[in-house]
Design a protein around this ligand. Structure first.
Ligand code: GTP
Ligand code: SPV
Ligand code: MN
Length: 596
């Protein structure tokens, strides 16, 4: 019934227990090989779940159930025995209660299906900064995505056989097959039966009912952020929702930059940017998650725990993100895009005119006259990071890259300027803790509502957010004058007519250049109540025909509008009760004083 005899007793016992609970037809241990990937893909093509793309070698398209298109924050749980430890920003059930409910759902949930056991490493196999996970799933789509997003096989099983620790990640789509029942093209459970649960005290993940993205690819948000953030706090490191890039200036000096923006707010785009300013070079280390530790020299070093990109498709084009377009030419998986008559994927804002006819993400005929979008707003590509033409040669370096700059940001149509530098670490932590953004389609729910999303970690912090803020202060105290400099950006300012004020994408390099020159001490900054802003002559605007009034607007500090933010920040802080670090309260008082 099983193709592998595992010598790690804890693991083989967990697999057996799970099998007796979920009652799959068979058990299959994944080896991560290309043959395995090809075989599973061929099976999914035969069953009608996957569509091979004529125009892209070894690429496949999937259509999810319309109810299963994004993360489900409302159904995501952080389960500690004491609710206080999950904090005010996480959904909570007591572990016993949650496990009882979910065990009921897991009972027989894999009937008629294969149970796949996926041993994977987050981070280069064997690196001291890496962690091993084992995902059990009944979805072959999840297996193929995990092949791309993590390091499957590659000696992970050997490490496990030698007794390595692992994080158990149990996943089921929650759709057992009765004898003779025909399978759907995207089986999953209804929303009220979906649970994305984390038990940080046991390093355990239980996910039920969804096959999509972060709900199902458990190495990503569940392990590498929610569980890892809790581990990182205990062990004195950081697990953050951050891109990592290397920027090299014309003199050859390297800067390593991480950026925390909420979901669908520009991490993948910034991570792969092609600078529009001459002589500057960008290389991508990671586009979504950073694990960071203090190195022997006292600086902070970051690794990308992932091996692939699970990127937002709509908006991706040769005009906006050519390096992403080149990364997805082959060996990629696409989900919820439109399909053209030539057999390629298409989505809104791809280069050139829209196709005259396509089949939309729900499988219906679509033309430019259609009133609905062709691709779902959270349609995604899954692509190997190694296929990015500007992947950093050091992206898999076990010790990581030394970080010079932290960027926070979000989507704000108004108020927040293009870029602001923090006055110091505490002010930087305040910027991260008060970050706000308009909500996006990456989560099921309303889009465009302003919400505070501290450090872009609101949906991903595996413990009390007040303690998380304190952890940031603790890390800063340990880093001292070797701490990265902190900046806040907003690429998403709009005019009264709703047009972007800033071109964004490659032109964001102009803002990064200013940051690097600040680090080098080459340029000054204008002191304002909210932080340091560029003096207009210091922002490199060469070759960009940006109207002067746009720039003025982008760099304006609207004191009135900022004063109006204060009560909302105070209310936001109140949520954390006595776990709010006093240093944050002090920052709020100082900001308030500076605003007069
Ligand atoms: P997750 O994978 O959900 O964590 O998202 P992300 O933070 O990686 O966001 P991504 O880079 O995929 O961008 C999401 C959307 O924002 C896309 O539609 C982009 O085209 C758009 N976007 C990214 N950068 C910019 C920018 O500089 N300006 C503007 N106007 N839009 C941008
Ligand atoms: C995000 O929502 O921040 C993502 C996509 O990166 S998912 O993997 O679905 O979480
Ligand atoms: Mn993300």
């Amino acid at each position: 019934m099983s193709n592998y005899q595992c010598r790690n007793q804890k693991l083989s016992q967990w697999v057996q227990e799970t099998a007796s609970l979920c009652k799959p037809e068979s058990i299959y241990w994944c080896d991560g090989s290309k043959q395995e990937y090809d075989r599973l893909m061929a099976q999914m093509v035969a069953s009608g779940m996957a569509l091979p793309l004529k125009k892209r070698p070894n690429c496949f398209h999937f259509r999810s159930d319309p109810s299963d298109v994004a993360r489900v924050e409302d159904r995501t749980y952080i389960s500690y025995p004491d609710q206080a430890d999950a904090g005010p920003t996480n959904n909570w059930f007591a572990p016993d209660e949650l496990k009882a409910t979910m065990a009921g759902l897991y009972q027989g949930c894999m009937r008629g299906r294969t149970m796949y056991v996926i041993p994977f490493s987050m981070g280069p196999v064997g690196s001291k900064l890496s962690k091993i996970g084992v995902e059990i799933t009944d979805s072959p789509y999840v297996v193929c995505n995990m092949h791309i997003m993590t390091r499957v096989g590659d000696g992970v099983l050997d490490l496990l056989d030698q007794g390595a620790e692992f994080i158990p990640c149990l996943h089921s789509i929650g759709a057992p097959l009765e004898p003779g029942q025909k399978d759907g093209s995207w089986p999953c459970a209804p929303i009220e039966k979906k649970y994305i649960s984390h038990f940080p005290e046991e390093n355990l993940i239980w996910s039920y009912g969804s096959g999509y993205g972060g709900n199902a690819l458990l190495g990503k948000k569940c392990l590498a952020l929610r569980i890892a953030s809790a581990v990182a706090r205990r062990e004195g490191w950081m697990a953050e929702h951050m891109l990592i890039l290397r920027l090299t200036n014309p003199e050859g000096r390297q800067f390593h930059i991480t950026g925390a923006f909420p979901s669908a707010c520009g991490k993948t785009n910034l991570a792969m940017l092609l600078p529009t300013i001459p002589g500057w070079k960008c290389e991508c280390v990671g586009d979504d998650i950073a694990w960071m530790r203090i190195g022997p020299d006292g600086r902070l070093y970051a690794i990308n725990p992932e091996a692939g990109f699970f990127g937002v498709a709509p908006g991706t084009s040769y005009a906006s993100n050519p390096m992403a377009m080149d990364s997805i030419k082959e060996n990629s998986i696409f989900t919820n895009c439109a399909i053209t008559d030539e057999g390629d994927v298409w989505w809104e804002l791809m280069d050139g005119p829209p196709p005259a006819h396509a089949v939309d993400w729900k499988g219906r005929d679509w033309t430019p006259a259609s009133t609905e979008v062709a691709a779902h707003a959270n349609a995604r590509f899954t692509a190997p990071a190694s296929q990015c033409p500007i992947i950093c040669p050091d992206w898999e370096k076990p010790e990581g890259v030394p970080i010079d700059i932290f960027i926070f940001g979000g989507r704000r149509a108004s108020v927040v300027p293009l870029v602001t530098e923090a006055y110091g670490w505490d002010h930087g932590v305040f910027m991260g803790a008060t970050a706000a953004s308009e909500t996006t389609a990456a989560n099921i729910g309303a889009v465009g509502n302003l919400r505070r999303d501290p450090f872009a970690m609101l949906p991903f912090c595996g413990y009390h957010m007040g303690d998380y803020f304190q952890h940031w202060f603790n890390m800063g105290d340990r880093l001292g004058n070797k701490a990265p400099r902190v900046f806040y950006v907003n690429w998403f300012r709009k005019t009264a007519e709703g047009k972007w004020l800033w071109p964004g994408f490659g032109d964001n390099s102009r803002v990064l250049k200013w940051m690097c020159e600040r680090v080098e001490g080459k340029v000054g900054g204008a002191e304002t109540p909210i932080g340091l802003l560029p003096l207009s002559q210091d922002l490199d605007m060469q070759g960009l025909n940006l109207p002067a009034e746009n720039l003025a607007e982008l760099l304006k500090v609207d004191t009135e509008a900022w004063r109006a933010e204060l009560p909302d920040i105070a209310k936001h802080f109140q949520k954390f009760g006595d776990r709010l670090p006093a240093r944050l309260q002090r920052q709020l008082e100082e900001l308030s004083k500076r605003l007069g």
